[in-house]
Ligand binder design. Structure first.
Ligand SMILES: [Zn+2]
Length: 238
């Protein structure tokens, strides 16, 4: 136990934090009473406060491209660097996030599971289905220079439970579908439920992604594995 703590401390000293990647899901005016749903929801007011507090403290927000660039270029790194990501592709992001982020010129990334676009397939963990962005809405938002679109598989499966062929299919098909529909290169991926193992991470590399993100793990640190980049769930409490 003590040894593990010392090892962790040493790791942190030898691998300084470079940036944080915030992970969000839904931004809603009225949060659910169900704990499982509530934990994935923040209000627009709370999000605005988080963003403004970070800016007031001298922090800055960057795109995933800039984050990746700075990961390779130690001289470019700055303290207080944050990249903001939203998983799933709920429509509220357009209504609640876009005006705020445009006003403050904050880049953001949306990780989209292609089966969820337009609500074509239900999202299993919501009692009441969230409104999802349509193909046209996604095409419109991706033209905003602040927006990066990333893939989040086709059907949002538990990737570690699939065969390697199925994993590859989820990773390559989602990328292809987004690239064909949106006419942009898709470079980034986030693991559904944050679940990944060596085989899944290898599939992400083979599928041609530049980087892939998990769902927890704290700050991104020097010499981080590009296919195992941590994020910080931004959770509004209570
Ligand atoms: Zn997801």
């Amino acid at each position: 136990m003590i040894l593990r703590r010392i090892r962790r401390k040493l790791y942190k000293i030898t691998h300084p934090a470079i940036a944080e990647v915030w992970m969000l899901h839904r931004v809603v005016d009225s949060r659910s009473d169900l704990p499982g749903e509530r934990t994935l929801e923040v209000t627009p007011t709370w999000l605005r406060q988080q963003v403004d507090q970070h800016l007031a403290a001298g922090g800055r927000f960057v795109s995933l491209d800039t984050l990746m660039h700075e990961l390779q270029q130690p001289a470019k790194r700055q303290k207080g660097t944050v990249a903001v990501t939203f998983d799933e592709g709920c429509r509220e992001t357009l209504e609640q996030v876009l005006p705020l982020f445009r006003q403050r010129q904050i880049p953001f990334a949306l990780f989209v599971a292609t089966d969820f676009v337009g609500g074509a397939h239900p999202i299993g963990w919501y009692r009441q289905q969230p409104p999802m962005m349509s193909r046209d809405e996604l095409a419109a938002v991706c033209r905003d220079p602040l927006c990066t679109i990333g893939a989040h598989t086709v059907s949002h499966p538990h990737l570690c439970q699939l065969s390697e062929a199925q994993m590859m299919e989820e990773l390559t098909l989602s990328r292809q579908q987004l690239e064909e529909r949106l006419h942009i290169p898709i470079r980034y991926f986030s693991y559904p439920y944050g679940e990944r193992n060596a085989a899944v991470m290898d599939c992400a590399r083979q599928a041609g992604y530049t980087a892939a993100f998990e769902a927890w793990g704290g700050a991104v640190r020097t010499r981080a594995n590009r296919y195992n980049l941590p994020r910080i769930p931004k959770t509004q409490t209570p």
